[in-house]
Design a protein around this ligand. Structure first.
Ligand code: GTP
Ligand code: MG
Length: 198
């Protein structure tokens, strides 16, 4: 699929104020700084459609981007950022859980995981939460340009093992990506396109 049109629509912290058209949407979630906003820019061929930063905590709101006039990509704030208060660190931010629990338009969440790191407790907790909330999701391993291909495969295998040990029956659909060299772009867009066709 080619993205020919990508447009920022609205930012907000109130799920009820998100666009109310019945268009499918795909949300990007994961720890602060994992590369959610960069991935949206990579998928849409834009440098600054979604705001990125080397410092964690850049994205603070729910951001809707309308794609090809008939579906949405949604950039969300990260979780697990040390500088937010203890309360918001312990539980995922209320408006984020509201989003996942109430947003009818959400078709699939993409949970971003830094491919260089061992499985992090907070990501495993979030994945468990999505399972309990019955939100369909995929895993997107990010920053693959920072390690070699062999190491990447090893880390994905280790992650798979960890999820299976955490009571998942199988590894969900996953993608290995790099926003720097555009790895994984076609795979993710094809995946979304196939769902949109149904
Ligand atoms: P928050 O909005 O703070 O939650 O962060 P985010 O998950 O949106 O991360 P963002 O896209 O802002 O990227 C964080 C940093 O990682 C930036 O310095 C990006 O340039 C860098 N980055 C993101 N993706 C990649 C990647 O695939 N490869 C490399 N090398 N760096 C990346
Ligand atoms: Mg961001």
């Amino acid at each position: 699929m080619k993205i020919t049109n990508a447009e920022f629509i609205i930012s907000n912290s109130d799920v009820s104020k998100c666009p109310n058209e019945p268009l499918p949407e795909y949300a990007f979630i994961g720890r602060s700084n994992v590369g959610k906003s960069s991935l949206i820019n990579m998928l849409t061929n834009h440098k600054n459609l979604a705001k990125t930063s080397g410092r964690p905590g850049k994205t603070q709101l729910i951001n809707h981007f309308k794609i090809n006039l008939n579906w949405y990509l949604v950039d969300l704030p990260g979780y697990g950022y040390a500088r937010v208060s203890k309360k918001t660190k312990e539980v995922f931010q209320k408006f984020i859980t509201d989003y996942f629990e109430t947003r009818q338009q959400l078709v699939c969440a993409f949970v971003l995981i830094d491919i260089r790191l061992e499985a992090q407790k907070i990501d495993l907790e979030f994945i468990t939460y999505l399972g309990e909330t019955e939100v369909p999701f995929c895993i997107v391993f990010t920053k693959a340009d920072k390690i070699g291909k062999v190491k990447a495969q090893q880390n994905v295998a280790a992650y798979t093992k960890k999820l299976l040990a955490n009571n998942w029956a199988e590894m969900p659909q996953y993608f290995i990506t790099s926003s720097t060299d555009k790895t994984g772009k076609e795979e993710i867009l094809t995946y979304i396109d196939e769902i949109n066709q149904v």
